[in-house]
Write a protein that binds this ligand. Structure first.
Ligand code: SIN
Length: 518
């Protein structure tokens, strides 16, 4: 097997990975491995914006409070404090590097989203905030000679010696290479693709969470999956996010009888926390026997809508929905995983030399439910922190391989993926119970062998990772016998006595193997 050595290895090229690369570049050679083109990440598709304390009417304390409240009692307060305290500097630095956020005159334009008590969401080109961040960070990284990108290269597994990470095995140009590194940072994003309805791009297959689990890392809070209330619902259109900032600007929800309903569910109506809005929509859909509700923003006026949401306007028009004139059919979709690879505030995991930042990680910043638009901020703040910490690593990587040499294929992969996504949506979605979770376990156990084999094709590796992450989410959801934040159990509607505990899963306490009793 070919071996390459690098000082620092970053897996993933969204906001967290790129921001870390910028910190690491002065200290040695950096390789950024990414399984698609470098800009293809959840960051690229983030619409609404990035939250930060900018306005005179806002304070770190208020942003902290809003985040803790959304997290429903399970945030790590020090992680949130770090996020909001360091967030403003990270944004200002981005503006210095060329980020063009929307302005009203000279002032940065700030919008509102659910559960924010102040206008604090910065946005770019109306509804293409993530694309602007990715553009600026990729430009910055291009100017750093010590950073090399390996696009279209997928990580199969981490190289682990004892309790240390020494790099990763990466499938590149059809062969596996051992990429040895003093420190390895996972910044692979989320896993929304394990659900049949999701706002996430195709690359969001939970790779980092699954390879970290296989390596012996500890995962935390995996039961907390956020469902975004409004994704376009049309049998002929792809799933597409309709940003919460539309409701922030005054859009309202209507059931199919064209009646507003949110006031019956929460005092904050359309701007209630996402889990509340998603469950309210599901409830209206059941009551009216419909597969969707409507989002209505026609009253905001054509000119405003086109200027404020140009990307959403153009995309919906392509599928025959004119958002300035038509009601928009919407339904919830899996959007973000609050849980992930457990880290401290410097992105360190329980394995020396292995770091994680962004959606793949669980710093505790989001608790049981993420405050809207805190995730790009998390990528910036904790990507930078993980980069700084990783630059100080003392791990000395050692070569050699324990990779399984037998390579398998999954002939019916597309069908298994379809079953997985449908099962997760129907049985592990917005409303769960012991019975639905047990049923999901039984379905997915059938594919246990897939999770323990070696593959040399991207779609097969992705399926292996998706199945692994799905099992982790189901297991954590079974273990949390109560309803907190985004995790709602119809058989345990109260929080439960032990609601403050975090659910940790690792290879020692959750056994996923082909020997598992079926
Ligand atoms: C949105 O624009 O609604 C998504 C923002 C987020 O999830 O933070």
């Amino acid at each position: 097997m070919k071996t390459e050595s690098v000082d620092f290895l970053i897996i993933g090229s969204g906001v967290a990975g790129l921001r870390a690369a910028i910190e690491l570049a002065p200290f040695g050679s950096v390789v950024v491995v990414t399984k698609d083109r470098p800009s293809e990440s959840s960051t690229e598709y983030a619409q609404g914006g990035i939250a930060a304390v900018i306005s005179d009417e806002d304070t770190v304390g208020i942003h902290l409070e809003d985040t803790l409240k959304a997290g429903d009692g399970l945030c790590r307060e020090d992680a949130v404090r770090t996020l909001v305290e360091e967030g403003t500097d990270r944004i200002m630095e981005l503006i210095d590097w060329g980020a063009e956020f929307d302005r009203e005159g000279m002032k940065l334009s700030l919008t509102l989203e659910a559960a924010h008590s102040r206008r604090r969401i910065l946005h770019a080109q109306g509804d293409s905030t993530g694309r602007e961040l990715e553009r600026v960070l990729l430009n910055k990284v291009r100017s750093l000679p010590s950073v090399t990108k390996y696009p279209y290269a997928i990580t199969t597994d981490l190289i682990i010696r004892g309790n240390e990470c020494h790099g990763a095995y990466v499938l590149r140009n059809g062969e596996i290479i051992a990429l040895l590194a003093k420190s390895t940072l996972l910044a692979t994003g989320g896993a929304g693709q394990i659900f049949s309805r999701t706002t996430n791009p195709l690359v969001a297959t939970g790779d980092g969470m699954a390879i970290a689990f296989r390596a012996g890392a500890c995962l935390e809070d995996m039961e907390f999956v956020q469902f975004h209330p409004t994704s376009l619902y049309s049998p002929t259109a792809p799933q597409f996010l309709l940003s919460e900032s539309m409701r922030g600007e005054g859009a309202v929800l209507l059931n199919i009888h064209r009646e507003r309903f949110m006031s019956a569910y929460h005092a904050m109506e359309e701007l209630a926390p996402r889990d509340v809005v998603s469950r309210a929509i599901i409830s209206e859909m059941v009551k009216t026997n419909s597969r969707h509700v409507y989002l209505d923003l026609r009253h905001l006026g054509k000119d405003f809508i086109k200027k404020r949401f140009p990307g959403i306007f153009a995309t919906c028009l392509r599928y025959d929905v004119d958002i300035t004139e038509d009601l928009i059919p919407v339904s919830p979709a899996a959007h973000y995983i609050m849980g992930g690879v457990k880290t401290n505030l410097d992105g360190e995991t329980n394995l020396r030399g292995l770091y994680a930042a962004g959606e793949v990680a669980c710093t505790g910043v989001h608790g049981a439910n993420r405050l809207a638009s805190n995730s790009l901020l998390e990528g910036l703040v904790y990507g930078a922190r993980a980069g700084i910490a990783a630059s100080r690593t003392t791990v000395i990587p050692v070569g050699g391989t324990e990779l399984e040499t037998l390579v398998y294929a999954i002939p019916d992969g597309d069908e298994i993926k379809r079953i997985l996504r449908k099962t997760m949506w129907e049985k592990v979605g917005i409303i769960r119970c012991a019975r639905s979770l047990d049923e999901a376990t039984q379905v997915l156990k059938t594919y246990n062998e897939i999770m323990n084999r070696t593959y040399l094709k991207r779609h097969e590796l992705e399926l292996k990772n998706m199945l692994t992450v799905a099992r982790l989410i189901i297991e954590a959801s079974l273990r949390r016998q109560g309803s907190v934040g985004a995790h709602y159990r119809s058989d345990f509607k109260d929080r439960g006595d032990r609601w403050q505990e975090h659910i940790m899963l690792d290879r020692e306490n959750f056994f996923l193997s082909s020997q598992e009793a079926i």
